[in-house]
Write a protein that binds this ligand. Structure first.
Ligand SMILES: [Zn+2]
Length: 368
């Protein structure tokens, strides 16, 4: 059983009271409040000005059996600009917020180029709570809104807090390999106006068989509360949940910029190092690609095609290929391709982003 994260942010927080939490001169502000939604839905108002480039609505609940999602997004002129029905039976995929899968929902807006730029005025985001039969359910909600001040939409810095789990810094060569992989990640992002600032830390209490973000991990929740509010948290462990094949796992598409048990990206150093548990240059290059890929998910990027070749992202400039050979040929070099393409010697380079993917990354509220 864990504590309610948003309540811990402020002892002065009162039910139904909405208040600013951070210095309003910062790049990303934060308002938090709690609300009960007896009918199973609530309207979250977001007031934006010309200075704002994006906003993020987060909702979390402790109500047993309630699953949250975003149903509708209305612009300041009163137009419905996106609805859950757009994605319900679509073979295109725009991320998790329109699906009631979790006890929390994290919604960034705008998402794609065609969704922006953000029109000043009062936006409405309808957040709903349903039960497992998709019937509205009364729920208590911890809500937050973050607005990003953005003077340069085509350029941004992602602030990362990279945290080592227990014992990882004592493994021979691992810290050097991680730092080299971060350099590679920075190189991958540089052509797209994405800058990377990394602060290193460690959490000796965190099991190196990392928890899966979002699966009720008290450890990740605790860690996320120690972040500075503008950082994306990357944890480096030996494995993710003991799995031998998983390079890494992001807490959401997109992931939150508020504390939660999903507010992290879990990365395995051992899977990257291979059977000999020691890094060669090629493994470091792939490691850098994994960091950029998983944090890309966290910033709202989906795979351009899913494994199985029957569903695609909702971006216009990623081809809708439909079998293994055409997908690997057209999209294999893309950073967000769903799997690595390797022979016995080496893995192919997967570092490219399309223009539309760059816009999604730049519009993410944590890209400051
Ligand atoms: Zn992926």
């Amino acid at each position: 059983m864990h504590l309610r994260p948003l309540l811990l942010l402020s002892p002065a927080l009162l039910l139904g009271c909405r208040r600013a939490k951070t210095d309003p001169t910062g790049a990303l502000d934060l308002e938090v409040w709690t609300e009960s939604a007896p009918d199973g839905w609530t309207e979250v108002k977001v007031d934006v000005t010309e200075q704002h480039g994006a906003f993020m609505v987060s909702a979390q609940t402790e109500t047993q059996g309630a699953y949250l999602s975003v149903e509708e997004v209305w612009d300041p002129s009163g137009n419905l600009v996106m609805s859950w029905e757009d994605w319900d039976s679509s073979d295109e995929w725009i991320g998790e917020p329109f699906f009631a899968w979790y006890k929390d929902v994290f919604f960034n807006w705008p998402i794609r180029e065609e969704d922006g730029p953000l029109e000043p005025g009062s936006w409405s985001v309808i957040v709903s709570a349903v039960n497992d039969a998709w019937v509205y359910k009364s729920a208590d909600l911890d809500l937050s809104v973050q607005r990003k001040r953005d003077t340069e939409p085509a350029a941004g810095t992602v602030h990362v807090w990279l945290v080592y789990a227990k014992g990882v810094t004592r493994e021979s060569g691992v810290q050097d390999a991680v730092e080299a992989a971060v350099d590679q990640w920075r190189t991958i992002w540089a052509p797209y106006g994405l800058d990377l600032e990394v602060e290193y830390g460690d959490m000796p209490g965190l099991d190196p068989a990392l928890p899966v973000p979002g699966e009720d991990s008290d450890e990740l929740l605790k860690l996320s509360r120690r972040g500075n509010g503008e950082q994306i948290i990357v944890v480096i462990g030996e494995t993710v949940d003991g799995d031998k094949w998983t390079y890494g796992m992001a807490g959401g598409i997109p992931g939150p910029m508020v504390p939660s048990d999903r507010s992290a990206i879990a990365i395995s150093w051992l899977v990257h190092a291979g059977k000999d548990a020691s890094f060669d240059d090629d493994e470091i290059r792939v490691f850098g690609g994994s960091l950029a890929h998983e944090v890309g998910h966290y910033m709202g990027l989906c795979h351009p095609v899913e494994d199985g070749y029957a569903s695609w992202d909702a971006l216009a400039d990623t081809p809708a290929c439909s079998d293994q050979s055409s997908c690997e040929e057209q999209l294999g070099p893309n950073l967000m391709f769903p799997y690595s393409i390797c022979d016995w010697e080496t893995c192919s380079v997967q570092e490219a982003l399309t223009d539309d993917q760059v816009v999604v990354s730049q519009q993410y509220s944590g890209t400051l």
